[in-house]
Ligand binder design. Structure first.
Ligand SMILES: *[C@@H]1O[C@H](CO)[C@@H](O)[C@H](O)[C@H]1NC(C)=O
Ligand SMILES: *[C@@H]1O[C@H](CO)[C@@H](O)[C@H](O)[C@H]1NC(C)=O
Ligand SMILES: *[C@@H]1O[C@H](CO)[C@@H](O)[C@H](O)[C@H]1NC(C)=O
Ligand SMILES: *[C@@H]1O[C@H](CO)[C@@H](O)[C@H](O)[C@H]1NC(C)=O
Ligand SMILES: *[C@@H]1O[C@H](CO)[C@@H](O)[C@H](O)[C@H]1NC(C)=O
Ligand SMILES: *[C@@H]1O[C@H](CO)[C@@H](O)[C@H](O)[C@H]1NC(C)=O
Ligand SMILES: *[C@@H]1O[C@H](CO)[C@@H](O)[C@H](O)[C@H]1NC(C)=O
Ligand SMILES: *[C@@H]1O[C@H](CO)[C@@H](O)[C@H](O)[C@H]1NC(C)=O
Ligand SMILES: *[C@@H]1O[C@H](CO)[C@@H](O)[C@H](O)[C@H]1NC(C)=O
Ligand SMILES: *[C@@H]1O[C@H](CO)[C@@H](O)[C@H](O)[C@H]1NC(C)=O
Ligand SMILES: *[C@@H]1O[C@H](CO)[C@@H](O)[C@H](O)[C@H]1NC(C)=O
Ligand SMILES: *[C@@H]1O[C@H](CO)[C@@H](O)[C@H](O)[C@H]1NC(C)=O
Length: 501
């Protein structure tokens, strides 16, 4: 692999590059369906909504799934499965039929925004390569006939392995075997205002590099300056593998004189489990990769070659596909299991727009131990009074009356307030007598706000996003002192820095 040429050079001052940003990047998810207990389409859509996932990519154009997505507002990329590619690439009529059945039948109720015609065709079914561009053109003509061509982009997802010599990115080019396909394909993408779809897997680059690529570089963790990678031709400074691969894609297109085709990453992710040969397929690494990937993409950071230019990305993938064959890791790329339970809790606090801030950062607010009883009582009185917490569960005979202690009652009231405020920073302080915990304080029939059992916080085990109205501004509690807010921020910064260490 070209990545063996990874070089460590001195970072020099760069001329600022012109940003070509026009729109915000999004993060979507791929929905593979090889699960022993595949949820039905209604359940899938419920999970997407509860996690505020607004973009999905399907590997087919499943009728029931597209119907379930109708009216959801979720943007959908559908695919022409590889098995259907030969037929479509050889017949305009077959393509028109495919579009009529799979697209026209669903728009506009279902917001289909792109069609991926085949998946990794050049590397997985090269015999279909000669008809790939015709297939895209035929599908596109059918969209023109239906006046949908401006709303629905047509492209095809590539493996990044068609890019050779990808480090330094400035020397990258597409495997020339495929020039007869890539040149007309890029012409098509350019003339139709579409984008290059690229599957980007730093995990495999890292695995195949035999330690030439540091794990931190693959996981978007900061590297010591002397370990960062610099492209000796452009002097561009690379802090992660993901950016380097995307820039290799831009340079490979530039090499063929195409300079204005954007890239959308159709797949990227990290497995959370593997066998003995895949020691870095761990929960922690998967969490770190996907959390950092989401933050990176949503920040519209762009890449060193095109800073600020959106690189929208679909995470691979929504569910662990336990029925897939092959290595253990193949079954473990998902964010959720078939019951909609998260495989791990993403570290997204602060980025706030999807996956419920944190997939399920389920925290509770409890009274601290050993604090002044009078202060606790005052805080409890405030919460059940001016704080407008419903404390009816605390009266004699109600489920949370026992144990009848100030501390236990205060814990209930604090937690109720904290959850009503959407677990916002600074809302679990109460002049220092409260603190956040991850342990559910519910006991017996006393179910605490925010707990598993209560009040719509979970749909069958999945956390819902906190209400978007849950901020501390305006009606904030006198207990949310400026000190506690900035202190919590400091803690958050420390936690984040530890995560990155
Ligand atoms: C939750 O699970 C129950 C029983 O397993 C099922 O009937 C219900 O439809 C599920 N709800 C959602 C939103 O998935
Ligand atoms: C469909 O998605 C496109 C692209 O994101 C968006 O501009 C459009 O408003 C959406 N349409 C509906 C009906 O949601
Ligand atoms: C292919 O079909 C479309 C309608 O789907 C039509 O507009 C176009 O002219 C056809 N192209 C050819 C080459 O037959
Ligand atoms: C380029 O693609 C051809 C056809 O798939 C393949 O045989 C060849 O090994 C590739 N070249 C490199 C350097 O990967
Ligand atoms: C790209 O453009 C340059 C200058 O116009 C030309 O010399 C070169 O042949 C072109 N390359 C390709 C692959 O078309
Ligand atoms: C977000 O983008 C800004 C520039 O737009 C950059 O300075 C900052 O480092 C980025 N943050 C992350 C986490 O990538
Ligand atoms: C959950 O959220 C709290 C408060 O916002 C934060 O301190 C904590 O680090 C988060 N935990 C995880 C695992 O992200
Ligand atoms: C969740 O996201 C919202 C909206 O961005 C933000 O106001 C809120 O503080 C976030 N909550 C947490 C716990 O990060
Ligand atoms: C939620 O409840 C289920 C059983 O109802 C339990 O197995 C699971 O561990 C609970 N999850 C959390 C985060 O408390
Ligand atoms: C949910 O909370 C509401 C008030 O916010 C309360 O009236 C209702 O009883 C709660 N439901 C359950 C199942 O706890
Ligand atoms: C947020 O507040 C506005 C007005 O205050 C209200 O119309 C809207 O429904 C609220 N949204 C949520 C998610 O609570
Ligand atoms: C809290 O901060 C605001 C703005 O930063 C300031 O106006 C206010 O006086 C502060 N309150 C206290 C109690 O320090």
């Amino acid at each position: 692999m070209a990545t063996q040429r990874l070089m460590v050079l001195i970072f020099l001052h760069l001329l600022p590059l012109v940003a070509i940003a026009d729109q915000d990047a999004f993060v979507g998810v791929n929905i593979g369906t090889q699960l022993s207990n595949m949820p039905n389409p209604t359940q899938v859509v419920a999970l997407l909504k509860s996690q505020q996932i607004r973009h999905v990519r399907l590997y087919d154009a499943d009728q029931a799934m597209l119907t379930a997505l109708a009216g959801s507002g979720i943007r959908v990329t559908v695919s022409v499965p590889n098995q259907q590619l030969l037929a479509i690439g050889q017949s305009n009529a077959t393509a028109a039929n495919w579009v009529a059945r799979n697209i026209l039948a669903h728009v506009p109720a279902t917001n289909i925004t792109a069609i991926s015609v085949g998946s990794e065709v050049l590397t997985s079914i090269p015999n279909a390569a000669p008809v790939l561009v015709s297939a895209l053109q035929y599908i596109h003509s059918a969209l023109i006939a239906a006046r949908l061509d401006s709303r629905i982009k047509v492209s095809t997802a590539h493996s990044s392995s068609i890019i050779l010599d990808s480090f330094p990115p400035s020397q990258a080019f597409f495997n020339r075997t495929w020039d007869p396909v890539m040149i007309p394909l890029l012409k098509f993408l350019q003339s139709t205002g579409s984008y290059l779809m690229l599957n980007v897997y730093p995990y495999y680059d890292y695995m195949q590099s035999h330690d030439a690529i540091p794990l931190d570089y693959a996981l978007f963790r900061p590297l010591p300056p002397n370990k960062e990678a610099v492209d000796s031709n452009t002097l561009l400074h690379y802090t992660n593998v993901f950016d380097a691969i995307i820039d290799a894609g831009y340079f490979a297109m530039t090499y063929l004189n195409f300079t204005n085709i954007p890239i959308v990453v159709t797949e990227s992710g990290w497995p959370s489990k593997g066998d003995a040969n895949e020691p870095d397929a761990t929960l922690d690494n998967a969490n770190t990769y996907n959390s950092n990937l989401i933050k990176h993409v949503l920040n519209n950071t762009g890449t060193p070659k095109h800073p600020g230019m959106a690189v929208s990305t679909f995470i691979y993938e929504l569910y662990n596909e336990d029925s897939k064959s092959g290595a253990i890791s193949e079954k473990n790329w998902g964010l959720f299991d078939g019951n909609g339970r998260p495989i791990y809790i993403l570290h997204l606090t602060g980025s706030g727009t999807m996956l419920a801030n944190d997939t399920t950062n389920q925290t509770y607010c409890v009274a601290k131990e050993g604090v002044d009883r009078k202060m606790l009582q005052a805080a409890l009185d405030w919460a059940c009074g001016p704080g407008k917490v419903d404390c009816s569960a605390l009266v004699q005979g109600a489920p949370c009356y026992q144990p009848d202690t100030v501390s236990a009652h205060a814990t209930y009231a604090f937690d109720a307030y904290y959850h009503r405020m959407g677990m916002a920073e600074g809302t679990c302080d109460f002049n220092g007598v409260a603190s956040v915990t991850t342990t559910d304080p519910s006991h017996g029939s006393c179910i605490f706000p925010g707990s598993n059992g209560s009040n719509g916080t979970f749909i069958n085990g999945t956390s819902l996003a906190p209400s978007s109205n849950s901020t501390t501004s305006g009606k904030s509690s006198p207990f949310d002192s400026n000190y506690s807010v900035s202190f919590l921020r400091l803690i958050a910064v420390l936690v984040l820095s530890l995560v990155f260490l």
